[in-house]
Design a protein around this ligand. Structure first.
Ligand SMILES: [Zn+2]
Length: 519
């Protein structure tokens, strides 16, 4: 056999879930360049191994098509990573963390952190500014509580914010004080803004570095492609900078807000390739948790409040028309049943019968599901947001049993053949796709809507590829497709379903290159 047909990379002796139409399994896969050239038994693939072939001995481990996260905010995730993680068991441990963070830092730089919780502290008390002052007399410090509603700040931060004994707390906020009326360093609710507003915006350079770190974490989670939901022009600039610097290991399908469409200079150079702008989001309503999702009937206990469409139907249709005419995928944010109805009206009347998407199409009913099916609309959900909707927000209390039954009816959608793809909504929810898969399989609310492990995997592979019109090149392990793989330490079909989230990612392969290896 000549060198031209030999593999550059071979993964052998594993359990390869191809996720192809018949959900077939294989033992080995061979790669040439960035493409899969053989999916077969180890014996067959061995014929393609030459002296220059990189061999990965899987030793029975599981290989899946590279995970695709269809809803992630990379720039925000980067910002989140810039903050200190304060999961400390004591105030003194938090002081040690602060001390090491300050090493080599300029004295005027702010230090921001998140995640402390006094109930975990061995000292069994709330920390004060003095606890921070002894470590950081010069750098202003702002540490958010795990609940996000309380902040601990040092004296320098109070000084810069002009908060003194005489300062009154803003409406809806509270400043903790000692016996002499002096602030202790604990600010609550709206009072946290007194200091937060003093923290300077990060520079573009800082945001680019943070986003690069975010991308590393995403690759380590076994993800090979992302649908990056951009919040503003800054996200597009960050993506361009990452590409220029060669710091974008992932395949990127960016979804931009509709207001950026007019800025053609901004979008230039991102029309095609492995990092491109693919979709444009048109927003039809808000969110259930803030009661801004548009409902056909009012929220429970609020005869007046049923949420509103963000714009009248004809304006939504005009925005959508513009998106489709410009050649982008239409991604409509619609959460309440009224908004999903409006989004479907827009899609049904569009001239273009392209592949449109509704995100997250949370509150449905049997009639809406039939319309989603008929119009072949992609439903983009974030399984961990769905869990929060029931557990944190308590959908039953806000919507009533009858409607809550049709909140995220994933199994029904699968049964009807609607394409459902999965994303994390990181950093609002954890990044780990195994956790998203587990939550779709184990949901406790309306358990008749639980997915099988294979269905949940499809949300992050085949269906996710279809969602962006890339099913011919990714989403399954088949000859001719891109060599994007996720190697797992255990088989998600074989561990107890409550332990899927703990399965370690051993290796991430993107375009035939090992982008991450645990060892
Ligand atoms: Zn989001």
């Amino acid at each position: 056999m000549n060198g031209e047909t030999l593999a550059d990379l071979a993964l052998i002796d594993g359990k390869i879930y191809t996720m192809n139409k018949s959900l077939a399994c294989a033992e080995a896969v061979a790669v040439k360049g960035d493409q899969i050239i053989k999916v077969d038994t180890t014996e067959e693939v061995t014929y393609l191994i030459g002296k220059d072939t990189q061999i990965v001995y899987l030793d029975g481990r599981t290989v899946l098509p590279g995970f695709i996260d269809t809803h992630i905010h990379v720039a925000d995730f980067g910002r989140f990573l810039m903050w200190m993680d304060l999961a400390a068991n004591s105030i003194s441990q938090m002081q040690v963390l602060l001390g090491s963070r300050l090493e080599g830092m300029q004295p005027d730089k702010w230090v921001v952190g998140r995640g402390w919780n006094e109930t975990r502290f061995t000292e069994k008390r709330l920390p004060t500014r003095h606890d921070l002052d002894v470590i950081s007399p010069n750098n202003p410090v702002l540490f958010y509580h795990q609940n996000g509603q309380i902040a601990l700040v040092n004296s320098k931060a109070l000084e810069l914010a002009g908060v003194t004994k005489a300062t009154e707390a803003p409406l809806g906020g509270f400043i903790d004080r000692n016996g002499k009326g002096e602030p202790t360093g604990i600010l609550r609710e709206t009072a946290t803004d007194l200091v937060w507003k003093m923290v300077p915006e990060p520079t573009l350079d800082e945001l680019v570095d943070a986003a690069a770190l975010a991308c590393e974490k995403i690759v380590q989670a076994g993800i090979t492609s992302i649908h990056w939901l951009a919040e503003s022009a800054m996200d597009v600039q960050i993506l361009k900078r990452l590409l220029e610097a060669g710091k974008m290991p992932l395949r990127v399908y960016m979804v931009i807000p509709a207001n950026l469409l007019s800025d053609s200079g901004l979008l230039e150079g991102l029309e095609k390739g492995s990092a491109k702008i693919g979709g444009v989001e048109v927003c039809a309503d808000g969110y259930l948790a803030s009661r801004t999702a548009a409902l056909a009937k009012p929220y429970l206990g609020d005869a007046q409040g049923s949420g509103k469409l963000t714009s009248p139907q004809k304006d939504l249709a005009a925005s959508a028309k513009n998106v489709v005419e410009r050649g982008f995928q239409l991604v409509m944010h619609a959460m309440g049943d009224k908004a999903v109805d409006a989004a479907l009206n827009v899609i049904e009347s569009a001239d273009d019968k392209g592949r449109h998407r509704i995100d997250p199409a949370a509150l449905l009913n049997p009639a809406l599901i039939q319309r989603l099916k008929k119009a072949k609309v992609v439903v983009s959900v974030q399984p961990l947001v769905a869990v929060s909707e029931f557990s944190v927000y308590d959908a039953v209390e806000h919507l009533g049993e009858e409607r809550a039954r049709w909140l995220y009816p994933l199994k029904t959608l699968f049964g009807e053949g609607v394409c459902v793809c999965g994303g994390s909504d990181c950093p609002m929810e954890p990044l780990n796709p195994m956790l998203g898969i587990q939550s779709a399989v184990t949901r406790r609310f309306y358990p008749e809507e639980q997915l099988s492990v294979d269905e949940a995997l499809q949300m992050y592979t085949t269906q996710a590829a279809w969602a962006s019109g890339e099913e011919k090149v990714k989403g399954s392990i088949e000859e001719g497709k891109l060599a994007d793989f996720t190697v797992l330490a255990q088989d998600p079909h074989e561990v107890p379903i409550s332990q899927i989230q703990d399965i370690a990612v051993e290796m991430t392969v993107i375009g035939g290159k090992v982008a991450y290896s645990r060892n």
